[in-house]
Design a binder for this molecule. Structure first.
Ligand code: TXA
Ligand code: MG
Length: 316
């Protein structure tokens, strides 16, 4: 059920059940990070392969040492700047965190989410919450409680409704190699914002067989409608005569017939707003019974890089 009552979530989580929680990025499928029973349930409900580790959500920076050890100075620096917020740090795992959470890796991904309801929830619990995004493996992430309900229905006893996600796109993930920060996933905080704080950082060259960033699968965040990505929307449309097409545009409507459905992500050309609207627009288009979706490539800067990363995977 959809509810705003954190007590219902607390009861369920204490019984090792899985609960959907709001965060500022996307909704998560949460369970007790110290309970293998709860973690198993998350993997099962999400149909996620066990080799793909989960993010542990903690209530504050003070809690970090309960889940991670040998924390680099730069990690503290980043945590102080960006927490609570959409930055996930991959650090050496504390032995108390189950190997199931980290998929057997020696590291754990951790962040403090910035959502008042979930922060109150974490504050009322004696354990942190492991949570992947609340979508079945590979599909579009949910940015509202309704999206979560549409995916999982009554399989979840509690969907904590915290409204629409303010950021709308997942956290930025940073790991450390030889104590040097490395970007594992583009996210809600742009690489430029991070580099202002800590200088130039390396970008992980990821692929499907790379064990350091196991979740960076090339096909991901995908609508069930076949999706294409292009610099030239009007030209690409011409190659699909007679097809029912939906367009995902950044700022301006394409000059095409009225029969084509168009989603404009930000009329003002504001990338933050575009990111906020991205998944909701994809969910809407995916529910329109279209033959194909065509998405426009974003400018390759700031959050545009993150949006392009998601659109590339969605169109694989
Ligand atoms: O914004 C977010 O990060 C959302 C909200 C719910 O917090 N969560 C999220 O979780 O996006 P998920 O599971 O959909 O994506 C987590 C990513 C996966 O690609 C996973 O492989 C990676 O984090 N990850 C988790 N633990 C890791 C580790 N120890 N080393 C490298 N990558 C890790
Ligand atoms: Mg995900």
């Amino acid at each position: 059920m959809l509810t705003r009552d954190i007590n219902l979530a607390i009861d369920s989580l204490k019984k090792n059940e899985v609960v959907a929680i709001p965060t500022e990025t996307v909704y998560g499928l949460a369970g007790n990070a110290f309970s293998e029973i709860a973690i198993h349930k998350i993997f099962t409900i999400k149909k996620r392969p066990l080799y793909n580790p989960l993010i542990v959500h903690i209530k504050s920076i003070e809690y970090l040492e309960k889940v991670a050890v040998d924390i680099p100075e730069t990690a503290y620096l980043l945590a102080k700047y960006f927490w609570p917020g959409p930055l996930t740090l991959v650090l050496k795992k504390h032995p108390e965190v189950s190997d199931l959470v980290s998929s057997g890796k020696p590291t754990v991904a951790v962040r403090v989410p910035n959502h008042s309801l979930t922060l109150s929830l974490l504050d009322s619990l004696e354990f942190p919450l492991a949570a992947p995004s609340a979508n079945p493996f590979g599909s579009i992430s949910p940015t509202s409680a309704e999206h979560v309900f549409n995916y999982f229905g009554t399989t979840l006893d509690v969907i904590l409704d915290g409204g629409e996600c303010e950021r709308g796109i997942e956290s930025t993930i940073i790991g450390f190699e030889n104590n040097e920060p490395v970007l594992y996933r583009h996210g809600s905080i742009s690489i430029e914002e991070i580099e202002i704080k800590i200088g130039k950082i390396k970008i992980h060259t990821k692929n499907d067989s790379n064990p350091d960033a196991p979740g960076m699968l090339s096909r991901h965040y995908s609508p069930s409608t076949k999706t294409y990505l292009t610099n030239n929307v009007t030209e690409l449309i011409k190659t699909f005569p007679g097809k029912k097409i939906g367009l995902l545009m950044f700022q301006n409507k394409a000059t095409v017939g009225d029969t084509i459905i168009q989603e404009i992500l930000s009329e003002k050309g504001d990338m933050t707003i575009a990111a906020q609207n991205l998944y909701a627009a994809l969910h809407r288009l995916d529910n329109c019974n279209l033959d194909i979706i065509i998405a426009e490539i974003f400018p390759d800067e700031g959050l545009g890089k993150t949006i392009n990363d998601r659109l590339k995977r969605a169109s694989k």
